[in-house]
Design a protein around this ligand. Structure first.
Ligand SMILES: [Zn+2]
Length: 531
């Protein structure tokens, strides 16, 4: 039996950006888009080009993605022609592979919120789809409030969806915008829609207001829909969107779905899922949910006792899927052997070849365990992990030595009487037998330290000239009796390559210093700078 293709559409960067407390920078969006691409998601919705500077820049930025990069925006405004709507023009001009329009499909909203006629709303859908098709874009239509609209006026809701399909939209997406629909309702309504529009043109966009966004998405698939929209870690306003991190393994690992459908996520992609989920949380500067299905730290944790000994005999006895398939780990009586294989897997991920019988692997495992116990999170800092691994395996030269640094922060009043704070750093560096002293001012102590550190590295200076810091994240961790600070620094080089390094210390300057040092050394290793 040939399997049907099921498509995944990620809206982390658009709907997920509505999450309380989430504010993506351009660097965040680019990094998340490439994670999604690596995972194998078919569509990545970047945002609203033209609506804010970040999204406009995002769509203008060069991309090397396999995914269909999608712009989101409104259909033409009522009472205007498609050629005379500046918002629509910006959307059509954006460098996107596909355009996802949002339109109302609930008659009540058309009249009250849009203040237009039912006919004009449908004409706006038709004109907009046609205009985007004429521009050579793949077109999707998000039918806002579709389920509530269908309950109130099924003919009208369906007419909106059909209008888009008839004009050539690749997908008509049924949105449970208020998130109140229940799985049996979704299954029934999607079942009715696919009688009018073929299911392989129908998508589902569910919100989680009754904790059933995942269930609703699966119900829609059962009824015939063939595209699922959702977000990483279920980000989204209010209670979030359908969580792709839960949906993907369900589709890949549960026989009822895996037997019927193919998705773009390969087994290798699935294996990266836990890492991607945690990396996103680190980027948002929040602790990953330990109890998240499939990928949480506790998802495969069992307290010692009869369960633990049974798991040691045969893991399948107490696990619904094998933790390794989603890149997670079993958390019971982690044997030396299991720990080693985790480290070997991490080494493979960062591209270091190692022999499993090398005694240095055991030493690396001990160091990683010790460091993670005091707050390091290597999953979020590939470059620091790679350096630690290379150092333990004996392959990182001592390029230079910072023998002393000093950072001061001064508050004073400038000549016009404004209060200003000035930070200054002095760094003593030894390269070979040459010592240099550099000083720099910065807008903060870490910035000053960074400037001073990178000012004069002697013969290595040319390798770090193109290095810049693109992100700096600080988190206070409460482990044991003392609070410690974890700093993650994201760096970028002249080729646009990015990497993340980590530092942990009770002192924020010291934590930042460690992360800065790792970043510079990583760049030298990467550039194969001669010793
Ligand atoms: Zn939504």
């Amino acid at each position: 039996m040939t399997k049907e293709r099921l498509y995944l559409f990620d809206t982390t960067l658009r709907d997920g950006a509505q999450t309380n407390g989430v504010d993506f920078t351009l660097a965040d969006k680019l990094a998340i888009a490439s994670m999604l691409d690596e995972l194998g998601v078919d569509y990545v919705e970047g945002g609203y080009p033209g609506a804010n500077p970040t999204d406009t820049e995002l769509f203008a930025a060069p991309r090397k993605l396999k995914t269909t990069f999608t712009a989101f925006g409104m259909t033409r405004r009522p009472g205007r022609s498609a050629s005379n709507d500046p918002g629509l023009a910006m959307l059509l001009d954006a460098k996107a592979d596909a355009i996802c329009f949002v339109a109302k499909s609930w008659d009540y909203h058309v009249k009250v919120a849009l203040e237009t006629t039912l006919e004009e709303n449908i004409a706006s859908i038709r004109d907009s789809v046609r205009a985007a098709k004429a521009k050579g874009r793949e077109v999707l239509l998000d039918c806002e409030h579709f389920f509530d609209g269908y309950k109130a006026n099924p003919d009208y809701a369906l007419a909106c969806a059909k209008a888009a399909y008839e004009e050539g939209a690749r997908w008509v997406v049924l949105c449970d915008t208020n998130g109140g629909a229940l799985p049996h309702e979704v299954e029934e309504i999607v079942g009715a829609v696919v009688k009018a529009i073929p299911g392989d043109h129908v998508g589902i966009h569910a919100h989680n207001d009754t904790e059933q966004a995942v269930a609703n998405s699966l119900a829609a698939v059962r009824a015939g829909a063939r595209q699922i929209q959702g977000t990483l870690n279920g980000l989204g306003e209010r209670c979030g969107n359908a969580n792709l991190v839960s949906i993907i393994p369900t589709l890949k690992l549960k026989a009822d779905y895996a037997g019927k459908f193919d998705i773009g996520v390969t087994d290798a992609g699935l294996h990266k899922l836990a890492h991607i989920s945690h990396a996103l949380d680190e980027r948002l500067n929040r602790a990953p949910n330990r109890h998240a299905p499939y990928v949480g730290d506790s998802a495969f944790a069992t307290k010692a006792g009869i369960h633990a000994s049974a798991i040691m005999k045969d893991p399948a006895t107490y696990e619904h899927v094998a933790p390794d398939t989603v890149g997670n780990k079993r958390k019971v009586l982690v044997s030396e052997q299991a720990g080693k294989s985790n480290v070997l897997a991490e080494l493979e991920r960062v591209g270091i070849k190692a022999d499993k019988d090398d005694p240095r692997i055991g030493r690396l495992l001990d160091i990683v365990k010790e460091r993670e116990a005091i707050g390091y999170a290597y999953e979020a800092a590939d470059a620091s992990f790679e350096l630690l691994a290379r150092r333990t395996l004996g392959a990182v030269p001592d390029y230079f030595d910072v023998t002393q640094f000093d950072v001061t922060v001064e508050q004073r009043y400038n000549p016009v009487g404004d209060r200003v704070t000035v930070a200054m750093a002095v760094v003593k560096v030894k390269v070979g037998d040459q010592s240099t002293i550099s000083a720099a001012e910065g807008n903060g102590p870490v910035n000053a330290l960074d400037q001073a550190l990178r000012k004069d590295l002697g013969k290595y200076q040319k390798y770090i000239d193109g290095l810049s810091l693109s992100d700096f994240r600080v988190r206070i961790l409460n482990s044991g009796t003392e609070a410690v600070t974890r700093v993650l620094i994201e760096s970028e080089d002249e080729n646009g390559e990015r990497w993340t390094t980590i530092g942990v210390s009770p002192n924020i300057i010291d934590a930042s210093f460690q992360a800065l040092m790792d970043s510079i050394v990583f760049k030298l290793v990467k550039s194969k700078a001669p010793v």
